[in-house]
Design a protein around this ligand. Structure first.
Ligand SMILES: Nc1nc2c(ncn2[C@@H]2O[C@H](COP(=O)(O)OP(=O)(O)OP(=O)(O)O)[C@@H](O)[C@H]2O)c(=O)[nH]1
Ligand SMILES: [Mg+2]
Length: 236
């Protein structure tokens, strides 16, 4: 029997990206693959655009989220759906094409001999060379900060491009994840590492978004740093 894989995509104002992303993922023709989009009432009609694709792609589901909104809360709902619907694996990725959908087969292949696979910019063969230098430095610094404080021997702790086995998802207990913002990537990884989940990194080429706008701002960045510190101090 083929395993069932859920590609989990949080969206806020991704109207210019979402249709092509869904098309590209389904064109990979991976047996057992479904897509779940968790949208936070995007005013640019991202959810409606996605819903209109359902005639062509019945294996696409759209979760129109209610408050509390946020990347973290959406991520938690995506994981919970994967567990509730008994998927064997879940892939989380951004909607802005910074994560190349063509890496999905490699992520799934690597999941064959590990429990959590991270698409990494900082292992051999990976890259983050196309974004403005300022953004690259910011990411490097945030990564150094998280690795040191959380004592996780993963090269790219910030990556939101990951494949989770069902076991790894169960172990992190998504229902109790608390970060509302992007720091959910650290919270989830921290739990997986503490529970001795087998983690593997594979190289990805990370590129800047071409369409739409970044939702990362100073407030979210500061909140992320605070969250990592909080995790390191409290251990949960
Ligand atoms: N549901 C939901 N999704 C969000 C929210 N904020 C961001 N996202 C999605 O999360 C993914 C990552 O967001 P981006 O805005 O690209 O942020 P980023 O990748 O951390 O930052 P950049 O490198 O500047 O693009 C994208 O798919 C966004 O649409 C949110 O509040 N709710
Ligand atoms: Mg992005």
């Amino acid at each position: 029997m083929n395993s069932r894989v859920l590609v989990c995509i949080p969206t806020y104002c991704e109207s210019e990206n979402i249709a092509r992303l869904v098309e590209e993922i389904f064109s990979l023709e991976i047996p057992g693959l479904e897509i779940l989009i968790a949208d936070d009432a995007s005013p640019d009609n991202t959810a409606t655009i996605a819903e209109n694709l359902r005639d062509r792609y019945p294996l696409l589901t759209i979760l129109k989220r209610k408050p509390p909104y946020g990347r973290g809360a959406a991520g938690r709902d995506l994981f919970l759906y994967a567990l509730e619907k008994n998927f064997d694996a879940a892939i989380e990725m951004d909607a802005d094409f910074s994560h190349d959908p063509n890496s999905i087969p490699q992520l799934l292949k690597a999941l064959g001999n590990s429990e959590l696979v991270i698409g990494s910019r900082f292992v051999q063969g990976g890259s983050d060379s196309q974004r403005p230098k300022r953004r690259q430095i910011l990411t490097r610094w945030a990564n150094f900060y998280a690795r040191s404080l959380l004592r996780i021997s993963v090269q790219d702790t910030n990556s939101g491009y990951r494949a989770w086995s069902r076991k790894a998802l169960e172990v992190i207990e998504p229902q109790t994840l608390r970060a509302q913002g992007p720091a959910i990537v650290h919270e989830a990884l921290y739990r997986a590492a503490r529970k001795k989940i087998r983690i593997q990194e594979i190289p990805i080429r990370f590129v800047d978004r071409k369409l739409g706008f970044s939702k990362l701002n100073l407030g979210k960045l500061a909140y992320g740093y605070f969250w990592v510190l909080r995790l390191a101090v409290l251990g949960k």
